[in-house]
Design a protein around this ligand. Structure first.
Ligand code: NAI
Ligand code: SF4
Length: 426
C-alpha cells in the first residue's frame, strides 16, 4: 500500500537535523560590545564626509591582498568598480568551499562585527546601493549570528532595513567562483561566466559589482581602525603581512593559525603544535586541492602569494593539510580529482570530461604519464574557470615528486623513455 508522505518544508528538515533548538551558537562579540570598544565609529566618521581614495590608499599601504585566495590587491578594486557609473552593487563571498579552508568561519564565529564594519566601509567606498551576503549553508551558526547581528545593525540605524541581504549557498563548490556566485544570487544555476568583462564592470544584474571575500573585509576594518601597520609591520622571509593558515591533517593542534605571511611549512607545523604523535612529515597541500601537494623536502618556501609559482603551486586561501608517512600522496591526489569531478559545473568539455578521464587514469596501478600530461595541458589551456585550470595541479605534482607511488612505468617515463611507450599511440 501507499503511504501518504507530507512534503517537508526546509525548516522542518532543518529542525529534524538540528533539533528544535537550532545550531549551537558560539560565544561571539555582539554589537553592543563591539561598539563599546569603538566599533562603527570609523564608519560613521567616513560616512560624515570621508575621502574614499584616502581609505583606498591606506588599504594599499597595508599591502592587503584578496584573501579568498587570488591575492588581487584589495585597494585597487574600489577604483575599478567606481570607474563604472552607478547604481553599483556589492556581493560578499562567504561560500568558503575550498576543502581545508575554515578561516572565514573562524572570524565570523568570534568577531562578526569586524567583518560587518569592513563590509560597510567597502560598500560606502563604492557607493553600493545594496549588499548581498552569500554565505555557505553548511555554517548554520554563522548564518544565525549574521541574521541576529544584521537585525541589530538595522535596529541601531547603522544600516537601513533590507540594505544587507543574506543569501544562502546550497553547497556547490563552484558557487564560490565569483561569477558563478553572481549567477546564483540572481537565482540562476551557478555557471561561471567568461571574463572579461570582470564583475567590477558587469556583475549582479549587469551592474558594476564589488566582490570581496569575508576575511578581506575583516582586515579592511582592522586596517581602517588601527592603521596599515596592523599588517605591514609584520615581515618574514622578505614577505610582508599576515596570513590566517587553516591547518589540518597530521598535526597536534589543527585550527586557524595567524602567522606572518612568508612563513614556511615548518613554521606552520610548529604553530600547530608539531606533528601528531607517531607521524613523520611527508607532504603538504599548501592552499586547497587545486594547489596540489608538495613534498616535505620543499619546506623552505615562504607560503605567500606569488612564492609558490616556481613549484607549480600557489597559496590560495592558505588551507594547509599536512600529510605523514602513513598517508599516500597518490590517494590524496585521486581524492582531490574525485572532488573536482563531482564539483565541475559541466559547462565546458575540457573540465567536465577531463576530470572524469583523469580519475579513471589515476585509478590504474601505474599512471600513464604521457597521457595524463597531455590531458593536464588541455585542461589548463581550455577550461573556462579556475576549477578546470587548476585541477591538474595535484596530478602534475604527484608525478613529479612521488613517482615511486604512481608505478614503475610512470617513473621510467618521467626519466625520458616517453617516446618509446606504446600506450601513448591511439
Ligand atoms: P582572479 O585572479 O581571476 O580574480 C581575483 C579577483 O580580482 C576577482 O574578484 C576578479 O574579478 C578581480 N580581477 C582580476 N583581474 C581584474 C581586472 N583586470 N579588473 C578588475 N577586476 C579584476 O582569481 P579567481 O579565479 O577569482 O580566484 C582564484 C582563487 O580562488 C584561487 O587562488 C583559489 O585559491 C581560490 N579559491 C578559494 C576558495 C575558498 O573557499 N576561499 C574556493 C576555491 C578557490
Ligand atoms: Fe565549469 Fe569546470 Fe568549465 Fe569551470 S572549468 S566553467 S567548473 S566545467
Amino acid at each position: 500500500g501507499h503511504r501518504h508522505v507530507e512534503r517537508a518544508t526546509p525548516e522542518a528538515v532543518l529542525a529534524a537535523v538540528e533539533g528544535d533548538h537550532g545550531p549551537v551558537i558560539p560565544d561571539y562579540e555582539p554589537l553592543d560590545a563591539y561598539r563599546a570598544g569603538g566599533g562603527y565609529a570609523k564608519l560613521a566618521e567616513l560616512r560624515e564626509g570621508g575621502d574614499w581614495e584616502a581609505v583606498q590608499d591606506m588599504v594599499a599601504a597595508s599591502g592587503l591582498r584578496g584573501l579568498g585566495g587570488a591575492g588581487f590587491p584589495s585597494g585597487r578594486k574600489w577604483g575599478f568598480v567606481r570607474a563604472n557609473p552607478g547604481p553599483r552593487l556589492m556581493a560578499v563571498n562567504g561560500d568558503e568551499g575550498e576543502p581545508g579552508t575554515f578561516k572565514d568561519r573562524f572570524y565570523l564565529e568570534r568577531v562578526p562585527h569586524l567583518f560587518l564594519e569592513g563590509m560597510l566601509i567597502a560598500a560606502w567606498a563604492v557607493e553600493a546601493s545594496r549588499v548581498f551576503l552569500y554565505m555557505r549553508d553548511e555554517y548554520p551558526a554563522v548564518l544565525e549570528i549574521l541574521r541576529r547581528e544584521i537585525a541589530a545593525l538595522e535596529g541601531a540605524g547603522i544600516v537601513g532595513p533590507g540594505y544587507v541581504e543574506l543569501r544562502r549557498g546550497a553547497g556547490a563548490y563552484i558557487c564560490g567562483e565569483e561569477s558563478a556566485m553572481i549567477e546564483s544570487i540572481e537565482g540562476k544555476r551557478g555557471l561561471p561566466r567568461h571574463r572579461p568583462p570582470y564583475v567590477a564592470q558587469v556583475g549582479l544584474w549587469g551592474r558594476p559589482t564589488l566582490v570581496h571575500n569575508v576575511e578581506t573585509l575583516h582586515w579592511i576594518a582592522r586596517v581602517v581602525r588601527e592603521g596599515p601597520e596592523v599588517l605591514s609591520a609584520h615581515e618574514r622571509n622578505g614577505r610582508r603581512g599576515l596570513r590566517s593558515y587553516s591547518v589540518s591533517g597530521r598535526v597536534r593542534n589543527p585550527g586557524v593559525h595567524l602567522l606572518p605571511a612568508g612563513s614556511t611549512i615548518r613554521d606552520v607545523i610548529e604553530a600547530a603544535g608539531g606533528m601528531a604523535e607517531g607521524h613523520v612529515f611527508k607532504a603538504y597541500q599548501p592552499g586547497g586541492p587545486s594547489s596540489g601537494l608538495l613534498p616535505a623536502s620543499r619546506d623552505d618556501v615562504p607560503l605567500d602569494f606569488d612564492t609558490l609559482q616556481a613549484e607549480g603551486s600557489f597559496i590560495g586561501s592558505a588551507a594547509v593539510v599536512v600529510l605523514s608517512d602513513r598517508d599516500s600522496a597518490r590517494d590524496a591526489a585521486l581524492n582531490m580529482l574525485r572532488f573536482f569531478e563531482s564539483e565541475s559545473c559541466g559547462q565546458c568539455t575540457p573540465c567536465r570530461v577531463g576530470c572524469e578521464k583523469a580519475v579513471k587514469l589515476m585509478q590504474a596501478e601505474t599512471w600513464d604519464h604521457g597521457l595524463l600530461t597531455d590531458l593536464c595541458d588541455v585542461m589548463v589551456d581550455a577550461s573556462i574557470c579556475g576549477l578546470g585550470q587548476a585541477a591538474p595541479n595535484p596530478i602534475r605534482l604527484v608525478m613529479k615528486h612521488f613517482p615511486e607511488e604512481v608505478g614503475a612505468k610512470a617513473a621510467a617515463l618521467a626519466h625520458g623513455n616517453y617516446a618509446t611507450d606504446q600506450s601513448l599511440e591511439g
